[in-house]
Design a protein around this ligand. Structure first.
Ligand code: FAD
Length: 476
């Protein structure tokens, strides 16, 4: 048994929550170790989530443009069939470089990186089974423990994942061959991004969604605008529909039965080469020892914390997907930064505005939101005005050939306080940050509308949406 040097902080999990917390702690002069069981740093985000999907989204977008848009711009190049192996290789190279980058940052900042599975055995002690030494339990003591063990796919007994015909998001991001048909169960962020990737490569995609709207809690105008755009791209949707059975036929394809829950329920049978299960994610704490430690969970089985990210054992913190809130890498990272402030200064409560977390879906067009939706404001009976500006009236969008989508900003008509923003359009993932910063600094709609924006830019659509909250926009 190996006993490691005692640490100020031990972080369990090397994903965006954990690795950021570890580097941050080290930069603040604390001794810190990070235990990660996957053998690679970066967590779900880097290894099988954000980076994998965005890498394939980029490659497939280029392919799609080469096939569908180049000739319009006078570029005549012969386009062969997509080379999926090359796209996967590019994705894997990106993952490799970025995970190695975190290894480097750990070394640079003197974070002790331990490859193994951690179990909390007391408020100050962790036992670690090293990655390659099954059964061995090494010991590590720490003044503070940060749980950052993330999340995993929700599964369904109807859909046993085999990563050949029934896929998780991980399998759908590593396919070796382009399927002719794909059934996607769940029209949330992950389902829609996967639909975009495979549809661009020629797969016939059908999305089955239980609710009557896609994209989870999106502002309803954004959700319906996005669905309309995706349908134009030939992605099919079965809304208000539930999968009732799946049979694997001849080990070759899946035959699924779906019920659409309208006034008179309708049954549909769909045969497809593969089925992607994207019905959400759940907190992950296998072998962590939280039951024995008596660490409290909430109604969603996530770890309960106070505003300082402390569990009911005050020197054991929890951050990232394992805690209540949107399961997003940037939220996890932000918490990784904040939690160390409390460890350094435990007598001062943290004040973190968790409502200012941007939410993005990297479809085509992208959608991005921050703050309240119209539905939330209505439910809260809050007074609001809608300022909306379409991209078809924005000169820059026109030069890019973009005629659909809009910027929608919500503000208080009396105080001009920004309440929320929702963008459906090109580069929405980047554009949202202008409004996010505005909200962060308590700017008013007039600040966004009066600021001089460069011309021609897509950002001018934000200016004109803001202007339309307090006067007429110029270009509409
Ligand atoms: P994780 O990244 O899950 O990291 C937790 C780590 O803890 C894991 O590496 C795990 O191996 C390790 N671990 C668990 N238990 C132990 C233990 N006992 N001992 C040691 N190690 C342990 N978010 C975005 O913001 N933008 C996106 O574009 C985006 N795209 C996504 C696409 C997909 C397909 C998926 C699946 C997710 C996506 N996400 C995205 C979500 C994002 O990946 C997560 O929100 C983020 O990874 C959460 O970070 P985390 O550090 O809390 O957990």
């Amino acid at each position: 048994i190996r006993t490691y040097k005692d640490q100020d902080v031990v972080v369990i999990g090397g994903g965006p929550a954990g690795y950021i917390a570890a580097i941050n702690a080290a930069q603040e002069g604390l001794t810190v170790a990070c235990v990660e069981k996957r053998g690679k740093l970066g967590g779900t985000c880097l290894n099988e989530g954000c980076i994998s999907s965005k890498s394939l989204l980029h490659s497939t977008k280029l392919y799609h443009q080469a096939v569908n848009e180049f000739t319009k711009h006078g570029i005549d190049v012969p386009v062969n069939k997509p080379n999926l192996d090359k796209m996967m290789e590019n994705k894997n190279n990106n993952i490799y470089t970025l995970t190695k980058g975190i290894d480097y940052l750990f070394r640079k900042n003197k974070v002790t990186y331990i490859k193994g599975t951690a179990t909390i055995t007391s408020a100050n002690e962790i036992s670690i089974e090293p990655l390659k030494l099954v059964g061995v339990q090494n010991k590590l003591k720490a003044k503070n423990i940060i749980i950052a063990t993330g999340s995993t796919n929700i599964t369904s007994p109807l859909l046993p994942i085999d990563e050949k015909i029934i896929l998780s998001s991980k399998g759908a991001l590593s396919l070796r061959k382009i399927p002719k048909t794909m059934l996607i169960i769940g029209g949330g962020t992950i389902g829609l991004e996967m639909a975009t990737i495979w549809n661009r490569l020629g797969t016939e995609v059908t999305v089955v969604e239980l609710e009557d709207t896609i994209g989870g809690q999106l502002d309803s105008e954004l959700a319906s605008g996005l669905k309309e755009q995706l349908m134009k791209q030939n992605i099919k949707f079965l809304m208000s529909s539930r999968l009732t059975s799946v049979k694997i036929v001849n080990n070759k394809y899946a035959s699924a039965e779906i019920i659409t829950c309208c006034q008179s329920p309708r049954k549909t049978k769909i045969d497809s080469e593969c089925v992607l299960v994207s019905i959400g994610r759940k907190p992950y704490y296998e072998r962590l020892g939280i039951e024995k430690m008596g660490i409290h969970l909430d109604h969603n089985n996530k770890i309960c914390t106070n505003e300082n990210f402390q569990t009911n054992i005050p020197n054991i913190y929890a951050i990232g997907d394992i805690t209540e809130g949107p399961m997003l890498a940037h939220r996890a990272e932000k918490q990784g930064m904040e939690v160390i402030k409390h460890i350094l200064n435990p007598n001062k409560n943290l004040i973190l505005n968790q409502s200012l977390i941007p939410n993005v879906i990297y479809t085509d067009p992208q959608v991005a939101s921050i703050g309240c939706t119209e539905e939330q404001l209505m439910a809260a009976e809050e007074e609001y005005t809608v300022g909306k500006f379409p991209y078809f009236a924005n000169p820059s969008a026109r030069t890019f050939g973009i005629l659909d989508g809009f910027v929608k900003i919500l503000s208080n008509p009396k105080t001009h306080e920004l309440l929320g923003a929702h963008i459906l359009g090109p580069n929405a993932s980047e554009a949202i940050h202008e409004i996010a910063l505005g909200m962060h600094l308590n700017c008013k709609d007039t600040d966004l509308g009066e600021m001089c924006h460069a011309h021609p830019t897509l950002s001018e659509a934000i200016k004109e949406a803001a202007m339309s909250l307090y006067r007429k926009p110029i270009h509409l």
